[in-house]
Design a binder for this molecule. Structure first.
Ligand code: RVP
Length: 498
């Protein structure tokens, strides 16, 4: 390199989108965008794979709002797969392998299963899967708490003849059966009477309530999950695939590295993974993006150091301001037709459109979602105000093994070989973010802001926004002018905080 300083790096606060001629109104803007080569989402938003952001509750909420959640990997393979399973079962046109019980189980056991899977009843099957009854809240209501562990399912269940339907029944006919028989669960059986699936009224209600939800071909919510590249990463990937995961994210702080490229390549040539899309990351340069594209990645995640909790740029002195990083990666990705995910550093809804115009198809959010009801962890009160804990996956807290056998995220920072907690090099911090209420209202404001951007720029769709969007670079004075100034803010806006 003849010029050791190369080009200048810009981030969200360095640029503004130019207003352009428009014939779009915000409510007409179509926010759908490409998540991966094969999957489109109606909201271009992902929740970060962080242990204070995404477990199954967040993933369900994000998918219902039209985005997608990426389950973190700082937990055992079994626990992460259980989160996948919970999302896949939470809402579906048809549940293909419903949780079941047997006639000899106790009511207490049924109670526990119902609690675990958040369902209100179970089909009852015998040995070869033959449906013999159904047990719901209604059947268990009059069993006293003291008798639950001695009362058997066979004594209280609703028995044959049951209202059932053949597998493959269309949704309208199922709704007609619910209405005619005033039932809430419809078991689907094969000609021999074996249970093949289950449809519930609740799922139809949810489909109406969340019309833009991100769903697979069977009507189940989609979910992504993070893996590493070290140790049992392959086993983790295969277990997640068995549990029904839609997208695997090879989640590391440096995606342009042999181990990451290798596992992306292996997953892309593995038959068992052929129906699952593989996202690789993170990178922040054109050549990094190209390496992941060449390895076969179905989307490229971009961001080295922009995260609100990240200290990589000061600890290692490495990174690229995010707007430039996204732009650079997109130079390789656009030619290859591979979507880019702008990961980290977004503070306001306006940053979403900036990321998209810079070259991304979707954005990944940590701090903006960490304060919601659906993120893991409880509310924390500080001086009477409500907060939630939020920490980097490279923070000491996340990397340390204290009290547990493993820190599953150490290889995210390529420190799987570090022998003791004392020798760790942290690249993140731990903190708190203000409580923000449910994901649905946060996403509503974020998408609302994006629609306003699309109106100002004159883009009816995301591809149009990307094509028409132009930047102006701003100065520190311009940034000061952009925020409220020369006034004491007295009422907090739902989409603005300093
Ligand atoms: P933010 O939305 O700015 O809070 O950033 C979230 C992103 O930061 C994550 O999606 C991840 O890429 C990155 N991250 C997570 N942990 C750390 C760290 O400890 N350095 N960084």
């Amino acid at each position: 390199q003849t010029d050791p300083f190369g080009f200048i790096g810009l981030t969200y606060d360095d640029v503004m989108l130019l207003p352009g001629h428009t014939d779009v109104i915000p409510s007409e803007a179509d926010t759908s965008s490409r998540l991966t080569k094969r999957i489109t989402v109606s909201a271009p938003l992902l929740s970060s794979a962080m242990d204070t952001v995404t477990e199954s509750r967040m993933a369900v909420a994000m998918a219902r709002q039209g985005g997608i959640g990426i389950l973190h990997r700082n937990l055992s393979i079994e626990d992460q797969a259980a989160h996948v399973d919970k999302v896949k079962r939470s809402e579906s046109g048809m549940i293909t392998n419903p949780v079941t019980t047997t006639p000899d189980a106790t009511v207490a056991e049924v109670d526990a299963l119902c609690g675990q899977f958040r369902v209100s009843g179970l089909p009852v099957v015998e040995g070869d899967g033959t449906l013999v009854g159904i047990i719901t809240n209604r059947d268990m209501r009059f069993v006293s708490p003291f008798e639950k562990s001695t009362t058997l399912v066979r004594d209280v269940m609703t028995r044959q003849p049951l209202i059932t339907a053949p597998e493959g029944i269309d949704p309208d006919s199922a709704v007609a059966i619910f209405a005619q028989h005033k039932i809430e669960k419809l078991p689907l059986v094969d000609p021999a009477g074996r249970l093949r699936g289950l449809i519930t009224v609740k799922d139809f209600d949810k489909s109406e309530k969340y019309p833009n939800a991100t769903k697979d071909d069977e009507g189940r919510l989609r979910v992504g999950a993070a893996i590493g590249f070290f140790g049992d990463a392959w086993e983790r990937a295969m277990t997640l695939i068995d549990a029904g995961v839609d997208v695997i994210v090879v989640d590391t702080a440096n995606g342009d590295s042999a181990g990451v490229l290798d596992i992306v390549r292996r997953l892309k040539s593995e038959r068992a993974a052929s129906h699952v899309d593989i996202i690789g990351g993170n990178v922040a340069t054109r050549s990094g993006a190209q390496a992941l594209i060449d390895a076969g990645a179905d989307a490229i995640k971009v961001g080295v150091g922009p995260g609100s909790i990240c200290t990589t740029r000061v600890v290692a002195g490495v990174g690229v301001p995010q707007v430039t990083a996204v732009y650079e990666a997109s130079l390789a990705a656009r030619i290859a037709g591979v979507p880019v995910i702008a990961d980290g550093g977004l503070q306001y809804s306006g940053d979403i459109a900036k990321a998209l115009v810079a070259g991304a198809e979707t954005v990944m959010l940590g701090s903006l979602l960490a304060g919601t009801d659906e993120s893991p962890g409880d509310l924390v009160f500080v001086n009477g105000k409500q907060f939630k804990n939020y920490r980097g996956m490279g923070s000491l807290g996340a990397l340390q093994t204290r009290g547990k056998k493993t820190s599953y995220s150490r290889d995210r920072y390529f420190q799987a070989d570090v022998p003791s907690d004392e020798q760790l090099i942290a690249e993140g911090i731990e903190g708190q973010v203000p409580y923000r209420g449910p994901v649905s209202s946060v996403v509503y404001q974020l998408l609302g802001g994006l629609r306003q951007s699309m109106f100002y720029v004159g883009g009816r769709t995301i591809p149009e926004l990307k094509e028409r969007g132009k930047f102006v670079r701003i100065t520190a004075a311009g940034l000061k002018e952009s925020h409220p100034h020369d006034i004491q803010m007295v009422v907090e806006a739902p989409n603005y905080r300093r």
